[in-house]
Ligand binder design. Structure first.
Ligand SMILES: NC(=O)c1ccc[n+]([C@@H]2O[C@H](COP(=O)([O-])OP(=O)(O)OC[C@H]3O[C@@H](n4cnc5c(N)ncnc54)[C@H](O)[C@@H]3O)[C@@H](O)[C@H]2O)c1
Length: 347
């Protein structure tokens, strides 16, 4: 099968590319390298010679996407390409709506056009986010997929709009009797690195908690800010759910391979356990053996005290069974890559 992975040079996309290549698929990565890494593509190309096509292109350029789909006979799309910083989306909403919403419309247009004369894209997996839930109402944590979606940032809204566009597109295909199935995966906090040690997490700027704390452990940051220490949680800091990037990718593979024509499905992807910010810092200390300075700061607006997933639906329907459920193991896999690549892919 030939699979188009948009954003294939990014953190999660590159891990997906590696898993799909390992499974024997032909993979076309389409990335504009705005925040992706040519080096990740180079490493994967060398590891799986002749199996990976790395197209440098922008998903908002629909002709470019169409050409990639037609040239390589793509039948499945995993759409990761997006801008993904909540704060940046508040400052630059139009950039986010253009990249994330126009980008998705462009990819779907290309799928549609390609189907008119060649191989048809029949499976689509969309990177959605737990941020589509915003602040879940009291009594709805752990969060199930039927929790009301009320995002509180432009970023979260681009993901919710993306789900709505896909629902409408899938319905039009169903009415026309044309095969198309889509799955939205609403990720919780993705972490960890490829356990074979090739791929890692290298965002600039880095905003995700675990890499930020690891950077502090390596002396690349003077301290870690604890935003809010008086929440109604066991140690006063915010509690979040984490998922190892390879387990997340496994959810994509299951979504792709279990979909039936006309399916429109949504699943939360998080292990179903919450860890506090202090627990993450303490676990990084234990894993790295290094001291980390923390600076207590006021709460940030819009941070819910505690959010974690109810993984019942994805386990039941996709048979998803995360291999890494211990936060220490998640952090150890990230540390292994960070220690070997202190400058990330720039090393
Ligand atoms: N990392 C997380 O914890 C998390 C949580 C929820 C959802 N997500 C979603 O998962 C997806 C991947 O996230 P990530 O952490 O790997 O981010 P990332 O920034 O590492 O990867 C995104 C990739 O998409 C590429 N890209 C962006 N816009 C593009 C465009 N217009 N054309 C072509 N390529 C483009 C970037 O260059 C980058 O390689 C995103 O859709 C993000 O919103 C991530």
């Amino acid at each position: 099968m030939t699979i188009l992975v948009t954003g294939g040079a990014g953190y999660i996309g590159s891990h997906a590319v590696q898993r799909l290549l390992r499974d024997g698929h032909r993979v076309v990565s389409l990335d504009n390298f705005f925040r992706g890494h040519a080096r990740a593509m180079g490493l994967l190309g060398a590891k799986f010679p002749g199996k990976l096509e790395s197209v440098v292109g922008d998903v908002t350029n629909r002709e470019c996407v169409l050409e990639a789909i037609r040239t390589f006979g793509v039948t499945t799309v995993m759409h990761f390409a997006a801008h993904a910083y909540v704060g940046e989306s508040v400052e630059q909403p139009l950039v986010y709506y253009h990249n994330n919403v126009t980008g998705l419309v462009s990819v779907l247009w290309a799928c549609d056009q390609a189907g008119a004369g060649g191989k048809r894209v029949t499976r689509f997996v969309f990177s959605s986010s737990c941020s589509t839930y915003g602040q879940p109402p009291a009594g709805m944590i752990p969060v199930r997929e039927d929790c009301p979606q009320a995002p509180v940032s432009p970023y979260g809204r681009t993901k919710l709009i993306g789900e709505q566009i896909l629902r409408d597109y899938a319905e039009s295909k169903r009415m026309a009797g044309t095969e198309f199935a889509c799955t939205f995966l609403r990720y919780f906090n993705v972490c960890g690195c490829d356990r074979s040690g090739v791929l890692g997490e290298d965002h600039t700027p880095e905003t995700h908690l675990i890499p930020v704390v690891l950077q502090a452990a390596m002396g690349q940051r003077p301290h870690v800010g604890l935003f809010g220490t008086d929440y109604p949680t066991p140690d006063g800091t915010c509690v979040r759910d984490y998922v190892h990037v390879e387990d997340l990718v496994d959810a994509h593979v299951r979504a792709m391979s279990t979909a039936n024509a006309a399916d429109v499905r949504a699943y939360n992807v998080g292990i179903g356990k919450g860890y506090s910010v202090r627990q993450i810092v303490d676990t990084v200390r234990a894993v790295t053996g290094r001291e980390i300075k923390v600076v207590e700061q006021p709460r940030r607006a819009g941070d819910p005290p505690e959010v974690f997933n109810d993984p019942t639906k994805i386990k039941r329907e996709l048979g998803w069974n995360p291999q890494v459920t211990d936060i220490r193991e998640m952090i150890a896999s990230a540390w292994k890559w960070f220690e070997a690549n202190p400058r990330g892919y720039g090393a």
